[in-house]
Design a protein around this ligand. Structure first.
Ligand SMILES: *[C@@H]1O[C@H](CO)[C@@H](O)[C@H](O)[C@H]1NC(C)=O
Length: 417
């Protein structure tokens, strides 16, 4: 009895929800030939929404009714270790929902109740009740993820890092999300808004899994510059006047940056910078900032079209770290392939150090009738930055051990023939 009335309630909620949702300076580095290649002097590919898996096939009919343009979410990524091993990406993106005060708010998503199918693993429900931020796209509807909690995602990264000593730095984009008011009104999970308290928890979660020796923090960058300068510097001055750490110092490490817009609503940069963190003192994450402000080291410019191309190049020349996007799921791959490649080429040409894609490997877009793929030339993990053209940088400086070993194997095989 209770069962069927709950089902009826779910069904009504789902019908209403579906109708509601469907509204729905010149380079400050004096080039020195003896100077090592710096972290910002290279370019990496990354994945967008790297945790995302498309809806379970049984849930798909409900998903198509719930989501305004369901096909936009029909893309899936491999596990983090597999992306890092097989897809030549060195940047990942993670969406976070706060779930600290009453953990478990997202443990019983509507779409699974409607489709009456099991969670992806036996452990899933228990994991979703753990006190950790949760990682998925949209509550109740687009909920499948390669790692359901932030701690699990971080553990996957740490374990991969341990088995790949000397790997190129991994740049991790964190997008702080909150539940859409319309979902809450309909009885969905309320979630928790982000504020200075739970942003602290995110730093703590990262530090509980990745020790200092595996992190590149704003303090690492600023304090090293201050030591050279022998004076106080803002984070921005440190980066623009003294530069980022060398690539070799950055190996084996992770750098986290914030996706949320600097003046977005809600504004999360302000609570994160707080009163005593103007230069992100003591913080883990680089904010997405605005040139001229003390915390400006990383800038997000997702769109490389039109005159934004030159704007990105200018930011890169000044010394900022920039992220742009090569494409969008799935719109970009529905265009003729020449047009999707045009945006990719512009993104690469922008010199943005991080170029994100949803199609990092050949074949991922084939279901949409295209062999579009976003890779660096030669399917490299990194290349010398095309805008900065650092003196003395050759792409072969930027290899990882596994690549060097596989090229040795290849040359041995060639010699035997
Ligand atoms: C932040 O949000 C949490 C959860 O909603 C709440 O418990 C906490 O008091 C808030 N902290 C501040 C400083 O507003």
């Amino acid at each position: 009895m209770r069962q069927s009335s709950q089902c009826a309630g779910d069904l009504i909620r789902y019908l209403v929800l579906s109708s509601v949702l469907s509204l729905a300076l010149a380079n400050p580095f004096t080039p020195r030939s003896d100077s090592p290649v710096r972290l910002n002097e290279v370019q990496f590919m990354g994945t967008h929404n790297s945790y995302h898996k498309e809806v379970n096939i049984i849930g798909r009919p409900f998903f198509e009714l719930l989501m305004p343009s369901p096909q936009d979410y029909f893309y899936s990524h491999a596990s983090f270790p597999n992306q890092l091993d097989y897809q030549s990406v060195r940047s990942l993106e993670i969406d976070l929902y706060a779930d600290y005060d009453e953990p478990g708010q997202f443990a019983d998503p509507l779409i699974r109740r409607l489709g009456q199918y099991q969670p992806p693993t036996k452990e899933w429900s228990a994991q979703m009740k753990e006190r950790s931020a949760k990682v998925f796209h949209i509550p109740d509807a687009d909920v499948e993820s390669v790692c359901p909690t932030f701690k699990i995602c971080l553990t996957h990264l740490r374990d991969w890092s341990k088995s790949n000593p000397g790997h190129l730095p991994i740049l991790v984009d964190l997008e702080f999300k909150t539940v859409d008011e319309r979902i809450i009104v309909l009885g969905g999970p309320r979630g928790e808004s982000w504020n200075s308290t739970n942003l602290d928890y995110v730093d703590e979660e990262i530090r509980s899994i990745l020790t200092d020796s595996r992190l590149i923090t704003p303090d690492d960058v600023r304090l090293a510059a201050q030591e050279h300068a022998k004076k106080q510097l803002t984070l921005e001055q440190a980066v623009l006047q003294y530069g980022w750490p060398s690539l070799d110092e950055s190996r084996g490490k992770f750098l986290f940056y914030m996706d949320n817009d600097p003046d977005g609503s809600p504004n999360l940069r302000d609570p994160y910078r707080g009163k005593s963190h103007k230069n992100l003192e003591g913080r883990v994450i680089f904010t997405n900032s605005v040139p001229g402000e003390p915390d400006a080291a990383f800038i997000k410019m997702n769109d490389p079209s039109g005159d934004k191309l030159e704007q990105i190049q200018e930011l890169v020349r000044k010394g900022y770290l920039v992220r742009t996007r090569a494409d969008e799921p799935i719109r970009s791959v529905l265009l003729p392939i020449e047009r999707s490649r045009q945006r990719l080429e512009r993104a690469l040409e922008s010199g943005a150090q991080i170029v994100s894609t949803d199609w990092p490997a050949m074949g991922m877009a084939s279901r949409y009738g295209t062999d579009y793929v976003a890779e660096l030339p030669g399917r490299r993990l990194a290349r010398c930055n095309p805008v900065l053209k650092p003196e003395g940088c050759t792409d072969s400086d930027l290899l990882e051990k596994a690549e060097i070993e596989s090229s040795k194997v290849a040359s041995r095989m060639l010699m035997q023939h």
